[in-house]
Write a protein that binds this ligand. Structure first.
Ligand code: TYD
Ligand code: ZN
Length: 406
């Protein structure tokens, strides 16, 4: 029995992935003996409906001065955040005197759209290396972790904010109550919080268990998000499903009664109840689907290897760490992982120690099969890799079930 991070009720886990390293812990050979591992289990709190990691490594292990993730490496994501900013500007950030704050602003991919328009903004980013890239882009950024204390400090220096955003960040923070308390302090009475994260409904539907790794503490649904914010007098006013990260949900929240609640909120909550996201059964079924996904993937990889064919991984994603360590994909099954991020290249994957090589390796000597670890960018990659398919290269994916395609 574990204690819920949101409501402190006791709850049970429904799946265990065994010993897992840090998902973004790409490392050099000399550091193989120093890796950090934790026991990765996920549970469901039937009281507040939150699906959560049972044990979390401490945050300084994950988000530090050498954090290997730069949001702007994907051109699709650059466009995604440009559109997100347009939505906010047209609905909630209409005045030129507005003040907007973003938590986990990374390399400024979102806030640059406000900075360019001369709108007062502040990015909060704990990883110094990515924060520096943002500053070079003209995005005001402080290297800090957001909480209620920082919220008070910002209000005393800059006043209250019209909007607060967080993309792929809320689900990272175990002390979510303190974040929401901070949001409440920071926002004007008419202020809006907009955040997005991978959506639990998609994870269950697609058996995309690779969304589960150390950095993702919570797997949100409307049911659980409503519960978290209710305690602070806030409510969901709208939602917008997103295709990013293999299926995400964007949530808009405000002080209770400040805005009309969209019908989309009620409809989606009804849908969640129909799927059964408020009951344990659906999570037990998910656990058996995950086990089958592992068995099917290993069977395919072993068969390909026995035929003397080459297989590589495409995209050294955080998600791939869960797949490789849970399935036991060792360097004899995958030759290397191709990735376009310079600081990952020349390193090895966490736990299984598969080498990460530059994209040029993939282009020069096309493998027979590529396991699509960056499956959330499937369309972008498909249109970019026509030559690979023309050269008879095949893709392997595990989403929504394990299969080969070209
Ligand atoms: P991302 O989709 O953010 O996944 P995660 O959140 O699981 O880390 O990561 C994309 C990774 O894949 C990143 O390291 C860059 C790499 N990548 C490629 O190498 N080639 C590509 O065409 C794309 C889209 C991504
Ligand atoms: Zn709970």
């Amino acid at each position: 029995m574990a204690k819920c991070l949101v409501c402190n009720s006791s709850y049970d886990s429904f799946i265990s992935f065994g010993r897992q390293p840090l998902a973004n812990g790409f490392l050099l050979e000399k550091d193989f003996g120093k890796e950090y591992f934790f026991d990765m289990k996920v549970g469901f709190c039937s009281n507040c409906k939150m699906v959560q990691l049972v044990e979390q490594p401490n945050r300084e292990q994950m988000f530090h001065e050498n954090y290997a993730f730069y949001s702007s490496t994907s051109s699709y994501m650059v466009k995604h955040f440009e559109k997100f900013s347009e939505t906010l500007l047209s609905r909630y950030v209409k005045s030129p005197d507005s003040f907007v704050v973003e938590m986990g602003s990374n390399d400024g991919i979102m806030l640059q759209n406000f900075a360019k328009k001369g709108i007062k903004h502040l990015g909060i980013e704990p990883s110094a290396n990515v924060a520096q890239v943002a500053r070079e882009r003209g995005v005001n950024t402080v290297v800090e972790f957001f909480d209620s204390n920082l919220a008070r400090k910002i209000v005393s220096q800059d006043g209250q904010a019209d909007a607060f955003f967080a993309s792929n960040v809320m689900c990272h923070i175990p002390y979510i109550g303190s974040i929401v308390e901070g949001v409440k302090i920071l926002l004007k009475p008419s202020g809006v919080m907009a955040f997005e994260d991978p959506y639990l409904g998609d994870i269950i539907d697609k058996t995309s268990y690779d969304q589960i790794y150390d950095e993702h503490v919570f797997f949100f649904s409307l049911l659980s998000v409503s519960h978290v914010f209710e305690k602070y007098g806030m409510e969901l006013i709208d939602i917008e499903p997103q295709i990013t990260h293999g299926g995400s949900m964007r949530y808009f929240l405000a002080n209770k009664g400040a805005y009309q609640v969209s019908n989309r909120v009620k409809e989606q909550i009804n849908l969640e109840k129909e799927i059964g996201l408020e009951k344990m059964d659906v999570y037990q079924k998910f656990a058996s689907n995950v086990k089958k996904s592992k068995d099917d993937l290993l069977e395919i990889l072993r068969k390909i290897k026995s035929e003397g064919k080459t297989v590589i991984g495409y995209g050294a994603t955080s998600k791939s760490t869960t797949i490789m360590n849970y399935c036991g994909i060792t360097p004899d099954l995958i030759d290397y992982i191709s990735d376009t991020t310079p600081i990952k290249q020349g390193k090895f994957s966490p736990g299984m120690h598969i080498p990460v090589k530059s994209y040029e390796h993939f282009v020069k000597k096309k493998p027979d099969y590529a396991l699509l670890f960056a499956w959330n960018h499937k369309e972008e990659i498909r249109s970019k890799e026509k030559d690979y398919c023309n050269a008879k290269g095949k893709w392997i994916t595990h989403v929504p079930n394990v299969h080969i395609y070209c």
